[in-house]
Design a protein around this ligand. Structure first.
Ligand code: DHB
Ligand code: FE
Length: 291
């Protein structure tokens, strides 16, 4: 059967993609960030997942203000790269997995999560920047990707609790797919940041550190954070962090933190990253390493 083996939480700051695409990786401002993701890329190379479920948000590129689905799953064969105003990023087209995506939609809808089916869409920095941070700059992405777009652009955004429960339902949906697949689920966006208004540039390191700690120590505490609390304490765009709770909900009760990185700033964002392994996957990796 298919299994979710780990979660990959990461910011998706568009300027990181631009820095990479413009060859600025080694510049003093950017080098610490890219160095911080080097161990994550090594982890990915070792683990070699078959499929990524990419929980991210569209930033008015695939969906304009005419239609704003709360939860939408990309069921297409492939997803082209959106032009966000300065040309499409020069990264490979994103290959989907329509059959598996359709199964996830079926399982989730029967589980009473009303998912929007998307058969044609472009993907923006919310998806492509995490791909670059996880997999570097290959000529083709080494995994199939199922995009799960969450509305955090126009209030009301879903609550952390709803997201966490959706994650649990995704775990069950994946495990009812009869094909041996290693799945890694991403939660993207965050961490604390505000990109507009008088509080632009707001960063709350304490909030972010507690959030990273509690992903393994006390996820129930994170689930209780209300949308307005994200806004007040960690900036308007910190609401993106609810997507990390979909990732966390999909990993089961016990997780082991395999890697963490935190850096301020990239553009106006506190960049945060975490790899959480399911207890089962963590134990199997330890046993293999010891053998
Ligand atoms: C920034 C961060 C984001 O998550 C985003 O979607 C757009 C901009 C920023 O920090 O500049
Ligand atoms: Fe964003």
């Amino acid at each position: 059967m298919a299994k979710i083996i780990a979660g990959f939480g990461t910011s998706h700051t568009p300027a990181i993609g631009a820095a990479l695409d413009l060859g600025k990786k080694a510049e003093p401002y950017w080098a610490p960030i890219f160095n911080g993701y080097a161990p994550a890329q090594k982890w990915m190379e070792e683990v070699k997942p078959d499929v990524v479920i990419m929980v991210y948000n569209d930033h008015v590129n695939a969906f304009d203000f005419k239609i704003i689905p709360t939860f939408a799953i990309g069921c297409a064969d492939e997803f082209t790269i959106a032009d966000e105003g300065w040309g499409a990023r020069p990264v490979p087209v994103v290959k989907g997995y329509p059959e598996f995506a359709a199964h996830l939609v079926q399982s989730l809808v029967l589980d009473e999560f009303d998912i929007t089916i998307v058969n044609d869409m472009q993907v923006d920095h919310g998806l492509t920047v995490p791909m670059s941070l996880a997999f570097g700059a290959p000529s083709a992405w080494p995994v199939k990707v199922i995009p799960l777009a969450v509305n955090v652009i126009q209030y009301p955004a879903p609550t952390g609790n709803r997201c966490y429960n959706l994650g649990k339902a995704i775990k069950a949906a994946v495990e009812s797919w009869d094909e041996d697949l290693k799945v890694v689920i991403f939660g993207t966006g965050g961490m604390s940041h505000q990109i507009q208004g008088p509080r632009a540039g707001l960063v709350n390191k304490e909030f972010d550190t507690a959030f990273l700690d509690n992903l393994s120590k006390d996820p129930e505490a994170l689930v209780k954070i209300q949308p307005l609390t994200y806004l007040r304490d960690a900036g308007n765009e910190a609401i993106e962090l609810v997507m990390w709770l979909i990732m966390r909900g999909a990993l089961g009760e016990q997780v082991d933190e395999a890697y963490r990185f935190y850096h301020v700033p990239a553009s106006s964002t506190a960049v945060g990253h975490i790899i959480l392994e399911t207890r089962e996957f963590h134990e199997s990796r330890k046993a293999r390493a010891a053998a």
